[in-house]
Write a protein that binds this ligand. Structure first.
Ligand code: G3H
Ligand code: 13P
Ligand code: ZN
Length: 343
């Protein structure tokens, strides 16, 4: 099956009342882990690459690995999406490469750090919507800024400092015509999200519910949604790691989000923790090993396991065969007929 558009996947998820995990990748093993998890659980998937990932692996390599994935796992509807595009130029390069969806994150300036104005965000996002929809490609925008300390996106921001304003979200969707909307409700990127289990004071699910009430037909996206499981932290620390105590986003809160319009759930950190724990274990228990396969294979397996679990928890499991892919050319026609937003 060819790569499919994010819009189709999310529309189907909305009909079925489930969420779809969007998992970050940087290399072949991570792509394989996700595709194996999708096959095991019969899930549609979103594979995404950050700017850092695209630079690390080079777009051509990523794209061709993904083409291989669509051949080997032909039964799985698969979206290829660049995460946190910082400018129309970055999004354009992904569209030209063959990505079937893009994220224009205009909540920050092009430096990926400085919160932008509403007007700037609308302007760059609208520009990307026009460019992408003409080719049938989906657009995710972001309103409000996520926190995060480790990854160059919102670096240094407090997760509660720039929450999404529900009325601004409504205005943003109307002015841009985005297909999916990332919102800030207290989550942040990386392992250190909360220093105790989150409460309604730190993870503002009530805000998410309010946004959904005002935008019932918009696909919401939760970034920073790794759960940072204690067992994965413990494996890393048992084998020489030095993670500080930390809490992520509980799966039951994500499930509450899914009941309230969340269709795309971004997860990167949990995969990183799973792989690193498995590699540390091999290094500690078999210091004589030096063949990369001896540690990359268990790392890939550990990532597959955590992702398969999330696919089941998000509800996407079992839905891979529900629909036939709509081509990007057909998507472009539909956007042209219905106006930019196709709503
Ligand atoms: O957006 C955050 C993802 O975890 C990507 O992180 O920029 O280190 O690849 P990265
Ligand atoms: P995590 O750091 O919680 O995995 O979030 C990833 C993310 O939001 C990528 O855009
Ligand atoms: Zn993100």
């Amino acid at each position: 099956m060819p790569l499919v558009s994010l819009r189709q996947l999310l529309d189907e998820a909305s009909k079925g009342g489930y969420g779809v995990g969007a998992f970050n990748v940087n290399n072949m093993e991570q792509i394989q882990a996700i595709m194996e998890a999708a096959r095991k659980t019969r899930s549609p998937v979103i594979v995404q690459a950050s700017r850092g990932s695209r630079a690390y692996s080079n777009d051509q390599f990523l794209y061709h690995l993904m083409l291989a994935a669509t051949e080997v796992y032909a039964e799985i509807p698969t979206v290829l999406h660049p995460d946190h595009g910082n400018s129309p130029k970055t999004c354009k390069s992904a569209i030209e490469m063959g990505f079937t969806s893009v994220m224009m994150d205009g909540s920050l300036m092009a430096d990926g750090k400085t919160p932008s104005s509403f007007q700037y965000n609308v302007k760059v996002t609208r520009e990307v919507v026009e460019m992408a929809h003409a080719r049938g490609v989906t657009v995710e925008g972001e309103i409000g800024c996520l926190g995060g300390i480790e990854d160059g996106h919102g670096a240094g921001l407090d997760g509660l400092a720039h929450l999404t304003d529900p009325d601004e979200a409504v205005e943003f969707v109307h002015q841009t015509g985005v297909d999916a909307l990332a919102i800030a409700v207290g989550t942040s990127h990386g392992a250190y999200k909360f220093n105790r289990p989150p409460t309604g004071e730190t993870l503002k699910m009530a805000r998410l519910i309010e946004i959904h009430r005002k935008l019932p037909n918009v696909h919401l996206v939760m970034h920073g949604s790794s759960s940072v499981p204690k067992d994965l932290q413990d494996i890393i620390n048992r084998y020489g790691g030095k993670l500080k105590p930390t809490w992520g986003v509980p799966v039951k809160e994500i499930q509450l989000g899914i009941k309230n319009g969340v269709r795309k759930i971004n997860v990167d950190t949990d995969s990183r923790l799973a792989m690193t724990g498995a590699i540390r274990k091999v290094f500690a228990e078999h210091p004589e090993e030096f063949d990369p396969r001896s540690y990359l294979k268990p790392a890939r397996e550990a990532m597959k396991e955590v992702i398969a679990q999330r696919m089941t928890e998000f509800g996407q499991a079992g839905h891979a065969g529900d629909y036939q892919p709509i081509s990007l050319a057909e998507m472009a026609k539909r956007y042209a007929q219905t106006g930019a937003s196709a709503r």
